[in-house]
Design a protein around this ligand. Structure first.
Ligand code: CO8
Length: 258
């Protein structure tokens, strides 16, 4: 497996974990780390033996934002010409489910990275926020859009305009995270969720993720049409035949991911 400088990639049966590993900078997202996360995730995505990917940081920080020291000297021309941080869009295009396991700080780009993921599990120590306004900038990896869709306008405005940080419990109440667990069991919980998803039929999982994501991009009528046609398409899967046969024979399904 490729070796990386800013992340650690591990495999466990049909799952993989990408651990952000810049402890001295609280996992601040510099360009090198971004390139490695995107490269690792797209490589794992192309591997059909991987059914779910966990993205996590350390106990102290999932990621404390984009690397402010790296950005500080950049001009508008630098940012525009390099299309700074656009590579994260490739992570959002990954078809394999991404599970963010967040402990400690998930601020700015860290919160945005967690929101690119499909399921967000937080430890009770997690802190979420979009503090860019305190630096004289605004969110730049989708925060103003994904946070608003996740928790609604009033709360998104509250966080983005004041830069305040919210606890894991407040994030759960607001609908940003799906579960809050004790810090000590965060990775075990995320891994259990990843294994559960990875046991399912891979093409059915891809289709389900695609259908949910379509709800962010379309009207209800278009989204329901997309869902219906995709549902019809699952009837071409060997795994659909196996899933329904196994149900009628009262046994667990043996999916072949076809
Ligand atoms: N960038 C670079 N270095 C960082 C960052 C960061 N975002 N966050 C922390 N660090 C570094 C600190 O500089 C420090 O390094 P050193 O020891 O060399 O001084 C080390 O990590 C430890 O940090 P602290 O000593 O500050 O630790 P504390 O426990 O006192 O504080 C905090 C932790 C509260 C998380 C604090 O570090 C902090 O406020 N960090 C910045 C949080 C922030 O503002 N994040 C948003 C960044 S902007 C952003 O994400 C924009 C995204 C969009 C860009 C899009 C461009 C197109």
């Amino acid at each position: 497996m490729t070796s990386y400088e800013n992340i650690i990639v591990t495999r466990d049966r049909r799952t993989a974990t990408i651990t952000l590993n810049r402890p001295k900078a609280l996992n601040a997202l510099n360009e090198a780390l971004m390139v490695e996360v995107v490269e690792a995730a797209t490589t794992l995505d192309a591997d059909r033996s991987v059914g779910a990917i966990v993205i996590t940081g350390s106990e102290r920080a999932f990621a404390a934002g984009a690397d402010i020291k790296e950005m500080a000297a950049q001009s508008y021309q630098d940012m525009y010409l390099s299309d700074w941080f656009t590579a994260w869009d490739r992570l959002a295009a990954v078809r394999t489910p991404l599970i963010a396991a967040v402990s400690g700080y998930a601020l700015g780009g860290g919160c945005e990275l967690a929101m690119i993921c499909d399921i967000l599990i937080a430890s009770d120590t997690a802190k979420f926020g979009q503090p860019e306004i305190t630096l004289g900038v605004i969110p730049g990896i989708g925060g103003s859009q994904r946070l608003t869709r996740a928790i609604g306008k009033a709360k998104a405005m509250d966080l983005i305009l004041t830069g305040r940080t919210i606890s894991a419990d407040e994030a759960e109440r607001a609908g940003l995270v799906s579960r809050v667990v004790p810090a000590a069991s965060l990775l075990a919980e995320a891994s259990e969720v990843a294994h559960k998803i990875a046991e399912m039929s891979l093409p059915a999982v891809y289709a389900a993720k695609e259908a949910v994501n379509r709800s962010f991009e379309s009207t209800l009528t278009e989204g329901i049409l997309f869902e219906r046609r995709t549902f019809h398409a699952t009837f071409a899967l060997d795994d659909r035949t196996e899933g329904m046969t196994a149900f009628t024979e009262k046994r667990p399904p043996k999916f072949t991911h076809h």
